[in-house]
Every structure is written in C-alpha cells, then in structure tokens.
Design a binder for this molecule. Structure first.
Ligand SMILES: Nc1ncnc2c1ncn2[C@@H]1O[C@H](COP(=O)(O)OP(=O)(O)O)[C@@H](O)[C@H]1O
Ligand SMILES: [Mg+2]
Length: 269
C-alpha cells in the first residue's frame, strides 16, 4: 500500500531572521548598497541601526550570505557579542578566522594583524558582521577602533558591519566615543514599512510559501494600523490571523479578524 507523504505545512509568516524571506524595500536596497560600498572600497566601519523587529538581523545575514562564498573575502558573523571581556571578544573573532588563542591581548592583536596583512598581500579582505552591537561594551568598542587602525596607507585591513538597536547610537554619541563614531562610514537607520510595503511584504511572504494571499486590501490596512508597519509585528499578526482562519476553514481573512488576531498576537508576547 502506498504511503501518503504529507508535505510539511509552509509557514509564510515565520519570524526567524531567515534572509531568504526578506522582502527588499527600496530603503533596504539602499542600505545594502551602502554596505557593499564600504566593504568594496575598504572603508572600514559601517552600522545598521534600528528598533527591534525592523529587520536588522535578517539583513545582516543576507549581507553575510552575499560575502561568505567569495574568494576574495574571509567573513565572520557574530550573532550576539556577549563576551565577558574585550580579550574574550578578540579571541572569539580570531577563532572565527581559524587563528589560535594567545595568552595576552597584545599577542592576540599581533596574531590578527599578521593574518590581515597576509590576506592583504593576497588581495583579500576580512569582513566581520556583528549583530546586537548595542551590547558591545565601551572596551569592546575601543577594540573595534583599534582593529580599524590596522591599515595600509590607503585601505583598512578589516571591514566591520555593526547592526544594533538605537541604544548603540546613544552609546556612540557619548563624547568618549568620538574616535570610533567618526570612523563610521555611511550608517543606515532602518524604518518601519509603509502601507504599500506592508502589502508587498505580505504578498511576497505568501509567494515564498506558495500559497494564495488570504489578506484582502482592507485587512492589510487593518494590519498596518495595528502594527505601524514594524515587520516583526506584521508577521505575528498575520501568523495568528492565518492560524485562526485555518481553524475555521476560512480562505479569506476579513478586516474584523485582524483586531482579534492582534489581541492574540500581543497576548503571546
Ligand atoms: N523587509 C522584510 N521583509 C520580510 N520580512 C521581514 C522584513 N523585515 C523584517 N522581516 C522579518 O521580521 C522579523 C524580525 O526581523 P529581524 O531581522 O529579527 O529584526 P531585528 O533584528 O531588527 O529585531 C524576521 O522574521 C524578519 O524576517
Ligand atoms: Mg535582531
């Protein structure tokens, strides 16, 4: 007897930072362009700032994915820099590049510098993507500045892309951080989606999951009204609304259902 293989139900509104589910709005495209510019021109440091849920982690993974396979680039992705010290931070970064741990900060810096110089001599560069960068302590930010001092006459030996919540901006605005702040090239500030972008993002997610879009225009407007276009909130409300509709066998989700779904989605925070 043949077994019927059930295909796994697709989850169009998942909130994991999966870069392939990122709908590229003009503003995200412009951020991507800026980051490319900084990396390709070896400008050293750039930052992507924004409130939670606006797509920083997804975007950082998207960018990392673009560089990870390149022969002229060595990459490291730090999803969360929760290190007990700046030395631990440096050791972890070196570990990502396959370098051995050394006993002192100075030796570890030398190890990294030697590696970066040898990359440079092969026409390569190192790119580090650091997510949740608002967690970097003052000392770690100082280390980032030191790494940016590894340079030749015309180019930085390491490129660093920070993604962080707005607290990072506050931290960088502190007068003691002037040295690192002045090195940030073309920073980007992410904003919520517009109504049109919310509509396009929802329909993009449905396409990716190969399902018809269950949200008519008025429902999209209701979603936008309750979420302010913050992608993570949009997805949470959509996920709950879809779940409720599937339970009751509805194919179209009316605007009245959005308020109920939003209440539920918030309850589950
Ligand atoms: N432009 C977008 N298109 C599709 N999904 C998005 C978009 N921006 C954010 N998301 C989704 O929203 C959720 C939260 O994004 P995330 O990258 O974790 O935000 P942040 O790191 O800023 O808190 C993720 O599921 C992400 O895929
Ligand atoms: Mg994040």
């Amino acid at each position: 007897m043949a077994t019927v293989l059930k295909t796994k139900p697709k989850k169009p509104f998942s909130i994991s930072p999966n870069p392939s589910l990122l709908y590229l709005t003009p503003s995200l495209k412009s951020t991507i362009h800026k980051v490319h510019y900084v990396i390709e021109n070896r400008q050293g440091l750039t930052a992507i700032l924004g409130d939670i849920g606006l797509g920083k982690s997804s975007l950082l993974r998207y960018l990392h994915g673009q560089y990870v396979g390149r022969e002229d680039v060595v990459t490291a992705l730090m999803p969360s820099p929760n290190f007990p010290s700046d030395f631990a931070f440096l050791k972890s970064l070196c570990g990502d590049f396959g370098l051995r741990p050394r006993r002192s900060m100075v030796d570890q810096e030398q190890e990294l510098r030697g590696f970066l110089v040898s990359l440079y001599s092969e026409d390569k560069t190192a790119v580090v993507f650091i997510d949740e960068a608002q967690r970097l302590t003052g000392k770690m930010l100082e280390l980032v500045r030191v790494l940016l001092n590894f340079e030749t006459e015309d180019t930085k030996l390491i490129q660093i892309v920070l993604a962080g919540q707005l607290e990072l901006r506050t931290k960088l605005l502190d007068p003691t951080k002037k040295a690192i702040r002045s090195r940030i090239f073309a920073p980007s500030l992410l904003a919520p989606l517009s109504l049109a972008e919310t509509r396009e993002m929802i329909s993009f997610r449905c396409e990716q999951a190969q399902m018809p879009n269950p949200f008519p225009e008025l429902s999209v407007e209701a979603i936008y009204a309750v979420t302010g276009g913050v992608p993570r909130e949009v997805l949470k409300v959509c996920a709950v609304a879809l779940d409720m509709a599937q339970l009751s066998g509805e194919e179209r989700i009316p605007p009245e259902a959005i308020e109920v779904a939003a209440g539920e989605a918030l309850l589950h925070e």
